[in-house]
Design a protein around this ligand. Structure first.
Ligand SMILES: *Cc1c(COP(=O)(O)O)cnc(C)c1O
Length: 424
């Protein structure tokens, strides 16, 4: 038995499915997960000492590569000063000021320890602020695992084919209205049918949890308009896109501002961090200013803050990073399109900035239904072929690939060459 196999066997005795987050179990692609021993730059090393080129980047946070030296150094220095105080620090204000200088439309921001908490809290704020209960989300979008969002979710829910989650009461699910991504007409109908009852529309402005799916022209602008007309809070879930697509996230690349924005992933540089923020008059609902209670023992944790602050500072002072990442990702996309065309394998590669994904289909992929209709058995085969070749792709067609700037063109060429050797 390999070290990976024996570690997985042992883990399964003690942890549900052997993992602390479902998609890691490789269930959708069959086979056993690899256990990671260490990571540096663009590379992971597993328990059997095999090295991989990493296209997951911890699902986004490691945008400048693993064990990025300035981040490691900052963490080491902070650890010696204590790891948690349960009292405010100057660092939290510095973090808030830095974020506000990078993204539009955030007057006040509150830190959390995960993207789940950020989205859960943003929804609560929208409800508290508007005094309404229902909200609209989109099929295949994922906003963390708070009860209200676990209706027609993407990410691991899509991967495992779970569309109705046990343990979520019907009463809670009844306030969650769903529409197809990129379908403005459905949103209009819901807004009309439930006029005066809808607190928020939450959307991944660029979707990454059903593979990467881009908004069609007018979709996000249309949501903005409906929210303005109906007094609905527009929440951009930028847990994935924030600080990844641009300094100002999807708000910047799409030229549309939300009322509330949630962050996670890149914001913590690999430590557990999330945040929600937005317009002052809405965020003033948050306790202790207002009546929307929200809290966290480790929120604004100094080690997590210094890690995130150090990474964001680098992204802020060197925006060329985003151009480099986009150039690398476009190169990979174009080359892979050529490779699959030569093999007569129909493929749809959606890409924006450093996010992309490979859907095996002849058609376009604009929503969850399209993603489900792809040849996902072929994806499974491709995934394992690449894994053996030392390329670590997301183990699901419903997840985006995240490129990191430690990837070299040599790494990308190896990835392209490995794809050339793939037989369907
Ligand atoms: C990952 C993700 C979340 C959940 O964040 P966690 O830190 O895993 O709780 C929420 N929304 C989006 C868009 C995500 O990609």
């Amino acid at each position: 038995m390999s070290a990976n196999e024996s570690l997985f066997t042992e883990a399964q005795k003690h942890i549900p499915g052997g993992v602390n987050s479902p998609v890691r179990a490789f269930k959708n692609v069959s086979g056993n997960p690899i256990f990671i021993k260490k990571a540096k730059g663009a590379y992971l090393t597993d328990a059997d000492d095999k090295e991989y080129i990493d296209f997951i980047a911890s699902w986004g946070p490691m945008i400048l590569g693993h064990a990025h030296e300035p981040v490691v150094k900052a963490i080491q220095e902070q650890v010696l000063l204590g790891t948690s105080y349960g009292a405010p620090t100057e660092l939290e204000t510095k973090m808030a000021v830095l974020i506000k200088s990078m993204v539009a439309n955030v007057d006040l921001i509150r830190m959390t320890s995960s993207g789940t908490e950020a989205c859960m809290s943003a929804l609560r704020v929208a409800r508290g602020y508007t005094g309404k209960n229902k909200f609209i989300k989109f099929d295949g979008c994922y906003h963390g695992h708070a009860d209200a969002f676990l209706v027609k979710g993407g990410s691991g829910m899509a991967t495992l084919g779970i569309q109705t989650v046990a343990g979520v009461s019907e009463a809670v699910a009844a306030d969650t209205l769903t529409a197809a991504y990129n379908n403005l007409e459905e949103v209009k109908q819901l807004a009309e049918k439930y006029r005066g009852e809808i607190a928020a529309i939450i959307v991944e402005p660029i979707a990454g949890n059903m593979g990467c799916i881009l908004p069609v022209r007018g979709f996000i602008e249309g949501l903005r308009k409906i929210c303005d007309e109906e007094n609905i809070v527009l929440i951009f879930d930028e847990v994935m896109t924030g600080f990844r697509l641009a300094k100002g996230g999807a708000q910047q690349t799409l030229h549309v501002n939300a009322d509330l924005v949630t962050y996670g992933k890149v914001i913590g540089a690999g430590l557990p961090v999330g945040a929600f923020g937005g317009k002052r008059h809405i965020m003033e609902s948050v306790a202790p200013l207002g009546k929307v209670y929200q809290a966290g023992t480790l929120s604004g944790n100094p080690v997590a803050m210094i890690a995130g602050y150090t990474l964001l500072s680098e992204l802020n002072s060197n925006p060329k990073i985003y151009d480099e990442l986009a150039a690398k990702t476009t190169y990979l996309k174009n080359e892979l399109e050529t490779v699959f065309a030569e093999k007569n394998i129909p493929v749809c590669i959606n890409q924006t900035g450093s996010m992309m994904s490979v859907h095996f289909t002849a058609g376009a992929v604009n929503n969850f239904e399209d993603a489900v209709a792809c040849d996902n058995d072929l994806f499974k085969k491709y995934f394992h072929h690449m894994l053996i070749a030392g390329i670590y792709l997301p183990p699901s067609p419903y997840e985006s690939w995240f490129l990191n700037n430690a990837l070299s063109y040599t790494d990308l060429d190896k990835t392209i060459a490995a794809s050339k050797n793939f037989t369907a």
